[in-house]
Design a protein around this ligand. Sequence first.
Ligand code: ATP
Ligand code: ATP
Ligand code: MG
Ligand code: MG
Lengths: 227, 227
Amino acid sequence: ILRVEDVHKYYELGETRVHALRGINVSVESGGFVAIMGASGSGKSTFMNILGCLDRPTSGRYLLEGIDVSGRTKHELAGIRNSKLGFVFQGFNLLPRTTALENVQLPTLYTAINAIERQKRAREALALVGLAERSQHYPSQLSGGQQQRVALARALVNHPSILLADEPTGNLDSRTAVEIMEVLQDLNEQGLTIVLVTHEPDIAQFAKRMIVFRDGKIRKDDALHDR
Amino acid sequence: ILRVEDVHKYYELGETRVHALRGINVSVESGGFVAIMGASGSGKSTFMNILGCLDRPTSGRYLLEGIDVSGRTKHELAGIRNSKLGFVFQGFNLLPRTTALENVQLPTLYTAINAIERQKRAREALALVGLAERSQHYPSQLSGGQQQRVALARALVNHPSILLADEPTGNLDSRTAVEIMEVLQDLNEQGLTIVLVTHEPDIAQFAKRMIVFRDGKIRKDDALHDR
Ligand SMILES: Nc1ncnc2c1ncn2[C@@H]1O[C@H](COP(=O)(O)OP(=O)(O)OP(=O)(O)O)[C@@H](O)[C@H]1O
Ligand SMILES: Nc1ncnc2c1ncn2[C@@H]1O[C@H](COP(=O)(O)OP(=O)(O)OP(=O)(O)O)[C@@H](O)[C@H]1O
Ligand SMILES: [Mg+2]
Ligand SMILES: [Mg+2]
C-alpha cells in the first residue's frame, strides 16, 4: 500500500546541508503494522512527513496505493491526505482556541458529511481514546497525555486506511499507553495499516514489524513474532 | 529546600470543577533528586507548575527556601523563578522565530550579565546537551528530541539551584536519554536539586527517590537504592 524507493531528503540551511534521509527503500502492505525506532535526529519524522504527503523527498519515488505521489499538485496531495491518511504529529498540533471536539472534527470539514454525522464521529473517536468526558475542554485545560489522545482521535475520525503516528504514546503513562496500543491493534486487525514511531521498545512490541533508522538510513527491518 | 503543605488545586471550568491536587504534602531537601510518576491526568504537571511558581495552589502552603511564596506578588514570583529555578515544560515552549542559541539565552536576559557572558553560558549549556553544532538552527529545523534538549539547556543556563523538568526525555531515544540523565546526575552531585516527571521507569531509576501520583494524591514516596 506504501512503497518508497531510494528516497533522499536534504534540508538546505544557508551554507550547510543536512542529509536527513539517505536512500530509503521500504514497502508496507495493506494491513501492515510497522514500528519505527532510532536515535534522535536519525530521520524518523522526516520519513513520516514524506509518507504523509506533508513534505516531498529531494529525490526518489513514493507510491501510495500504486499512485506515484511525486508528480501530484499540492491540491491533489491534500485530497489524498484527507481521504486516506490519519496523522499524529510529534507535537500534537492542536488548535489552542478550539475545544477537543472541534479539534477532532477538523479533518471531517474537508469531507462531504453533514454536521450531525461529523459530531457523531468526533464523539466516537474521543470515546475510543478514553476522553468522552472532556470534549468541551480546550487544549490548555488538558494534560499533556490528554492532548496527545485528542490528536490521535483527530487522526482516526475520517476512518483512514493508513494511520501515521509520530510518537503517539510519548506523554502517556504505561497503562494508558497499553490501552491505546490495544485500540490500535484492534483497528489493525480490522484492516487499518499503521506506521508508528516510538522510542519505547514495549510499545514497538505491539507492532508486527520493526524498522530501525540510523543516520538517515534503515539499519534493521525485522518481523516481530512474540506479541 | 521545597516544602509543600496540604496543597489543593481546583480548575474551574464553567459548571464543572476539576480537583487536580487533593492535599499534597512533600518536602525535598537541597541536593535531592526526585522522580515523579503517575497516570495521565493524575496531577503531575499541575504540581510542577506550582513548584515552579507558574501557578498558585487553590489552598495550602508552598515554602521555597523557607520563603512562603503564597503571599508573593507576581513580580516577586518572577524574580524567584528566574534566579533559582530552571524549568523544562512538557511541550518545550521554545520561541519558533528564534535560534537555539537565542532560545537558550532567554532566561539570562533577566539577569545582569553582559552579552559576552550571556552567549558563553548559552553555548556551554547547548554543549552540555550535545547540541553545540546546532546553535543557529530554528526549532522548526530541529527534530523533536533536539528541541527537547534545547529546552533543557535553557533551563540550565542560569545555573539554577533547582531544576524542575516535566518529561525531559519523552522524545529522546534510549541512548540519548541515558546521556542526558548522566549529565543531570553529575549536576545533582554538584548540588543541583532536581525534580523530574517521567513515564519511563528506566529514567526514574537515575533519581534518588520516587513519588507516584494517582488521582491528585501521592500514593507512594520511596527512596531508590540500587542505581
Ligand atoms: N525542517 C528542517 N530543516 C532543517 N533540518 C531539519 C528539519 N527537520 C529536521 N531536520 C534535521 O534532519 C535530521 C532528521 O530529523 P528528524 O526530525 O527526521 O529526526 P527524528 O528521527 O524524528 O528525531 P527525534 O527522535 O529527535 O524526533 C536532524 O538532524 C534534524 O535536525
Ligand atoms: N489549565 C487547566 N484547566 C483545567 N483543567 C486542567 C488544566 N490543567 C490540567 N487540568 C486537568 O487537571 C488534571 C491533572 O492534569 P495534569 O496536567 O496535572 O496531569 P498530568 O499528571 O501531568 O498528566 P500527563 O501525564 O497526561 O501529562 C487533568 O484532569 C487535566 O485535564
Ligand atoms: Mg521526530
Ligand atoms: Mg503532564
